[in-house]
Ligand binder design. Structure first.
Ligand code: NAD
Length: 259
């Protein structure tokens, strides 16, 4: 018995693959034996993420914008053409958007966050589910956030978008009734990353009540999380070890929302 979850031969499509969490996840999934289709809108960063994979990894990079339906259909088609199926789909691309109170949030900025975080996740589900339902197997993991479970000042739109991701996840799980297709989401907490820094910097400028240095005092683990710790849960949910897990929202937050 291997002492780690293995994903040998599985075909894993990962969006937002050039980002902090996405690149850590393609690294771990490849290490566990999966073949990778890495999707992001940033070409150079995507190439860098692919180049950082273990030399034994089989990987395909697809530059695509997850908000454009044609491009979503294309990345799914590219995965099937190259590898024959999609076994794992990590629907992860997302943006934090502007960091400011609702009263100062423009409608344009609101729509941009919803477009990437909700429409992008919806389109991914819309185009990957038919492939998985046809083959009667597969595991989808969407990236929500603890901001999808509780409110969060100055990122209300981001929080609303992540609540929507949880709703899409649970509903999609129901739509896979009677099949071996599972749909879950991860809810990362405060992960040491560019996105967290952008949110904390934005709040500092807006004089939010909680100073950034006090943040870890409100986390039972007393530290920020690592992208690799999110990737571990994604690998678990992707695997047969999670065969009875569907419709769940897995927190990876060091206990931050345990109260
Ligand atoms: N970092 C955190 O603390 C944290 C916490 C909770 C949830 N999350 C979520 O985790 C996911 C990954 O976040 P991250 O920290 O790696 O952020 P990141 O900014 O490092 O990575 C996000 C990636 O998504 C890509 N992307 C954005 N819009 C896209 C689009 N329209 N089409 C294609 N690609 C697009 C970006 O180019 C980037 O490479 C996001 O959904 C984020 O909301 C992050």
């Amino acid at each position: 018995m291997p002492d780690r979850i293995r994903l040998d031969g599985r075909i894993a499509v990962v969006t937002g693959a050039a980002g902090v969490i996405g690149s850590a996840t393609i690294g771990l999934l490849a290490e566990r034996g999966a073949r990778i289709v890495a999707v992001d809108r940033k070409r150079e960063e995507l190439e860098a993420a692919i180049n950082a994979l273990p030399s034994s990894a089989e990987a395909l990079a697809v530059v695509a914008d997850v908000t454009e339906e044609d491009e979503v259909a294309d990345y799914v088609r590219a995965a099937v053409d190259r590898f024959g199926s999609v076994d794992v789909f990590y629907n992860n691309a997302g943006i934090e958007g502007e960091v400011k109170p609702i009263t100062r949030y423009s409608l344009e900025a609101f729509r941009k966050v919803i477009d990437v975080n909700v429409v992008g996740v919806f389109l991914g589900l819309k185009h990957v589910l038919p492939v998985m339902l046809k083959q009667n197997r597969g595991s989808i993991i969407n990236t929500a956030s603890i901001a999808g479970l509780v409110g969060s000042p100055q990122i209300a739109v981001y929080s609303a978008s992540k609540h929507a991701v949880i709703g899409l996840t649970k509903s999609a799980a129901w739509e896979c009734t009677g099949t071996d297709v599972r749909v879950n989401c991860v809810c990362p907490g405060l992960i040491d990353s560019r996105m967290l820094s952008a949110i904390l910097d934005g709040r500092k400028a807006g004089n939010a009540p909680t100073p950034p240095e006090k943040i870890v005092e409100r986390i039972p683990a007393r530290r920020l999380g690592l992208a690799s710790e999110v990737a571990s849960i994604v690998a678990f949910l992707a695997s047969d070890e999670a065969s009875y897990v569907s419709g769940s929202a897995y927190t990876v937050d060091g206990g931050r929302t345990a109260a």
